[in-house]
Every structure is written in C-alpha cells, then in structure tokens.
Design a protein around this ligand. Structure first.
Ligand code: TXA
Ligand code: MG
Length: 319
C-alpha cells in the first residue's frame, strides 16, 4: 500500500541537509542516520505526516514513536524533566538513550506520536547529521527505526531503500551507523526508574548512576514499549541461538573464535564491533537466502545484552 512515490537518496552535504529539512517542515517522511540505527522522520506536530510514518512502515498505530530533538532545552519544551532525568541527560545525552517522561500539556506533539499515552519517549541523538538535521528542521522529529514493521532495523541507507523505497520521500545517506542497535529506553515517568528496552547504552552505565533498575515486563497484552513484542527484528530464515556446533544445512553467524562462520560479528570478540555489525549481518543473511541460521553464544554483558535481546526476538516463534 502507498508505494507510489520516488524516494530520493540525499548526500550528506549542505544541499542534502537543506532538502531533508525542507521536506520534514513540509510534512514529508525522511529517513536519516543516527548513531544507533536509521530513523524514519516526520514533523512530530503534524498529524498527517506522522500518520504517513505508520502507513509507510505498516506499523500498528497503538505503538508510539520516539521524538528526536537537538538538546535538553528542546526536550524541556515537550516534557517534564524531573531531577533524576536532568542528571541522566547531563551524563548520557546526546547519545543512544531514550527517556520516557511525562508529556507537557499543550506540547506540540500529535496524539498519534504517543498513541494516546500521557508520556513521551524522547531522545537527543549524537550523530552529527542527525544533530544538523534537527537544528535545520527546527521542529521535533518523530522517528521510529526506518524498517517495515517487524523486520530488521536499518544500519545503512541501502537497507532503508530496500525496505521502504517507494514509500518515503528521501533517505539522507550518512554511511553505516556506529552503534548499530537501537537506543536503550529508560522510563523516569513512574515511581521507580524502569528499563523498557536494552540498547546502545549498556544498562550497567545507568545502574551505576541510578541503582538497580526495575525490569518487570509489562502485564497483559498492551506493552508500554511494544518494540518489546516478542517476534521482532526478524530475518527471513529461522534462527537458533547459543550454538557451538552448527548442524548440516545451518548457516553460522559467528562470534569470537567460532570456526566455519559465514559471517563473524567480531573475530576479536568485541561487543561494540558485534553490535555495529549485527543488523547488517542479518540483512546479509537474508540476501544470501539463509533458511536456517545458527548463532554462536554471545556474552550477556554490556552491549551483549542488547545484542542477545535482538537475537532472542529474531529467534522467537512467529506466525
Ligand atoms: O535508536 C532508536 O531508538 C531508534 C532511532 C531512530 O532513534 N528508534 C527506534 O524507534 O528504535 P522504534 O519506534 O523502532 O522503537 C521505539 C520504541 C517502541 O518499542 C515503542 O513502543 C517505545 O519506543 N515507546 C515509544 N513511546 C513510548 C512511551 N511513551 N512509553 C513507552 N514506550 C514508548
Ligand atoms: Mg523499530
């Protein structure tokens, strides 16, 4: 549906940035790089533009979006920022961290962005192109990851073109994303800090500042971070985790010293390198037509927690 437009690939220069910013101000949908993954951006105050994001992704409209702003001052115009959030923001913004905070009454954010919640997920990305685009656009930018709903997140402009070409106005090409997994989501809107999604900022860094985080999963069928839906981030092939000896017919996604890997996330066993390569590797396994994917064990520390979280979702049973 809605695959009727020409998607322009914009270079990361002054002309490309100006065009991307103008498209966003005019209600368009523009994919842009952040240090985590590419986002599909639109003016958060423009309900039609935000509806265009949901349509392009095929995303259920109960799943709210993250709003991107250039700095903490811009965040204060949209959200209440309690003391703990000020401290966390001072330490980790700009960066791969999203905060869920109480939405300010009258904030210029479409109800579609929050899917009717009274909280807002907000992020100040560090990527220089994202920063330049947010400053040039001059509006808060709602942006989910720039992939069709339920598919693998994009870490390169070509991934965005493959998934959403013909459905969005433009892709600003900033090369590969440095972090490679989505932002960590921390809610500071309730009584206790709550970790809603493991991501590019290791939870250990937050716990060092805030103490132990509440990680209770959502009860019932309406998760407060529906990116937590079980089957998500899925490649086309079936995925088996923690494999030290792949079976015949399995394609091995290796880590560390694994022998016989089709792709190795990091031969050095470096979790930062592995995170940066993860989604590119899953896209490549799709392109290779891998039907059964085995994955080497990956340590459950630092960025390994976000990597394993995405891989567990990739391995989850689906319809
Ligand atoms: O790194 C990232 O976070 C990327 C880049 C583009 O910023 N964005 C991203 O967006 O991953 P998305 O839409 O794929 O994931 C956003 C997650 C979803 O799980 C959504 O449910 C959750 O944020 N979310 C959004 N608003 C929320 C809110 N008010 N309360 C709780 N969760 C929320
Ligand atoms: Mg996503």
């Amino acid at each position: 549906p809605d695959a009727d437009r020409e998607t322009v690939l914009l270079a990361a220069d002054a002309a490309g940035l100006a065009r991307a910013a103008a498209l966003i101000r005019d209600g368009g949908r523009v994919a842009f790089p952040t240090e985590t993954v590419y986002g599909l951006g639109a003016d958060a105050g423009n309900g039609d533009a935000v509806a265009g994001i949901y349509a392009a992704k095929g995303r259920p409209s109960f799943n709210p979006l993250i709003v991107h702003v250039a700095d903490l001052a811009a965040a204060r115009r949209l959200c209440e920022v309690p003391r703990a959030a000020e401290e966390v923001a001072a330490a980790f913004w700009p960066g791969p961290l999203t905060l869920v905070l109480p939405l300010r009454g009258g904030a210029p954010v479409s109800r579609l962005v929050t899917a009717g919640l009274d909280t807002l997920a907000i992020r100040v990305p560090a990527h220089p192109l994202a920063q330049a685009l947010l400053r040039a656009a001059g509006v808060p930018v709602a942006a989910p990851s720039a992939n069709p709903s339920g598919r693998i997140s994009p870490t390169r402009a070509a991934h965005v073109m493959d998934g959403l070409g013909g459905r969005i106005d433009a892709v600003l090409d900033g090369g590969p994303c440095g972090v490679g997994v989505e932002s960590t989501i921390l809610s500071l809107a309730g009584d206790r800090p709550r970790l809603l999604r493991e991501g590019g900022l290791p939870a250990e860094a937050l716990e060092a500042m805030l103490g132990p985080l509440d990680r209770t999963p959502d009860a019932g069928s309406a998760p407060s971070a529906p990116g937590q839906l079980v089957s998500h981030y899925a490649p086309r092939g079936r995925v088996r985790l923690g494999v030290t000896a792949p079976e015949p017919g399995e394609t091995l996604l290796g880590f560390g010293s694994a022998a016989g890997a089709a792709i190795n996330l990091s031969e050095a066993g470096d979790l930062h390198e592995a995170a940066a390569r993860l989604f590119d590797a899953l896209h490549a396994l799709d392109a290779m037509g891998a039907e059964r994917i085995a994955v080497s064990p990956i340590p459950e520390t630092g960025l390994g927690r976000a990597i394993n979280d995405r891989l567990r979702r990739a391995a989850a049973p689906r319809d």
